[in-house]
Design a protein around this ligand. Sequence first.
Ligand code: NAP
Length: 458
Amino acid sequence: MPDIGSTANPLRVAIIGAGPAGFYTISNFLKYKELTVEMDLYDRLPTPYGLVRAGVAPDHQKDKSVTRAYAKSAEQPNVRFYGNVEYGKHLQLADLQAHYHQVIFTNGAPTDRDLGIPGEDLQGSHSATDFVAWYNGHPDFADHQFDLSQESVAIVGVGNVAMDVARILCKSYAELAETDIADHALAALKNSQVKRVYLLGRRGPAQAAFTPPEIKEMGELAEAEVTVPVEEAQVDAISQQYLDANPDKNVEKNIGFITDYSRRVITGKDKLLTLRFLVSPIEIIGEAGHVAALKLAKNAITATADGAIRPSATGEEEILEAGLVFRSVGYQGIPVSNVPFDAKKGTIRNIEGRVVDESGEAVTGLYTAGWIKRGPSGVIGTNKHDGDAASRQIQEDCTDGGKAGRAGLEELLANKSVRWVDYSDWQKIDEAEKSAAAEGAPRRKLTRIPEMLAVLDG
Ligand code: NAP
């Protein structure tokens, strides 16, 4: 048999999940000019780009421009996209192992963490990630309902997802209409009665998880103003000591914006966004089965013996009225069929990207990258490193043997009557969305799979 990675015996790689981690794995592979590799990218949706399409906020179009680089990778002759094909349903691990030398899982973290407090299952209590997927037109969430007739909304957590949700709730119709927000969300937000939005951080301003551009934007909204209670904007002595020893420009900038907002005079814009610190929800209080308020425990900052900065309840409590609650305390990975999973971390069990079993032994030919490898942290570009590591490892671990690759897989999918969508099909869907855009908006998203397939059927 000719050497693996040669023209006569290409290295055949299946990539599961067409988000940033999948695309960075491909672009890194493309750098190895001496290697002939065929890369097939599978996604359960007919649309590529994962969270860049369904997670990045619709008013952050600049962040979505990375898709231009991803498109270049997808258009390479040795790369193929198989959309509308679901791992675990249409394809099993054994199918992939039979047809590919190596399989890499880049399927992300599709669900979210809960708070574990009473009242979380009341009507009006939602995960922020569901709301994000809904306003971004993810087909699984097109029929979700959010009661925007409520005047007060509380968002638990102060990461960038919480900021996105707060911003979308606070933006005016005119601001949202220039984005690619899903039609159903634009219509619902047009009639929104939301006037007060609370962002709830359990620790202090120095531990906020959002980044400076996101907190800066909050001070620049057309119809909403932002405030922070003066006493909660203060940096406590423990955090200050930590910051003096470990200076961090982003934290300093965050504190600068928070201090500025705490000093602003409220002028009476239509909506008010209040950023709170040192409060933890301990119960969601209901009335007739619907969220009515949150019981908050007030916290103080303490340091553990190993130096970690934690919130500790002071014993003081407060009731915050809110008719809608979004928990925004992080995404969560879920088990992937037949692949070792670390339930505690919510990731595929791996050592630096090589999938391992419970005893730590590498499982031949299986790799992982992105959030399902390392957990839901970092920005889009953080996945570049994972993509680089995965492609390098896969190359190092090349095992010989003939594999049928895409030809065999296409036959298998055809036998199962699976209708896959290739990259040129996606380009038609993309074009249809762009040409249907309202004036000033980048695209009008199709939010249901049958609508997408109908474009292909003319
Ligand atoms: P995140 O950055 O990890 O923030 C989670 C927030 O939830 C933190 O404030 C955390 O507080 C809080 N939290 C966790 N458990 C809690 C609990 N039990 N009670 C109260 N609060 C709790 O997660 P994320 O916002 O979902 O974002 C995920 C990743 O995507 C991040 O890396 C983020 O930067 C990235 N992202 C980036 C953008 C952008 O660049 N514009 C947009 C969206 C997302 P503690 O710190 O105290 O744990």
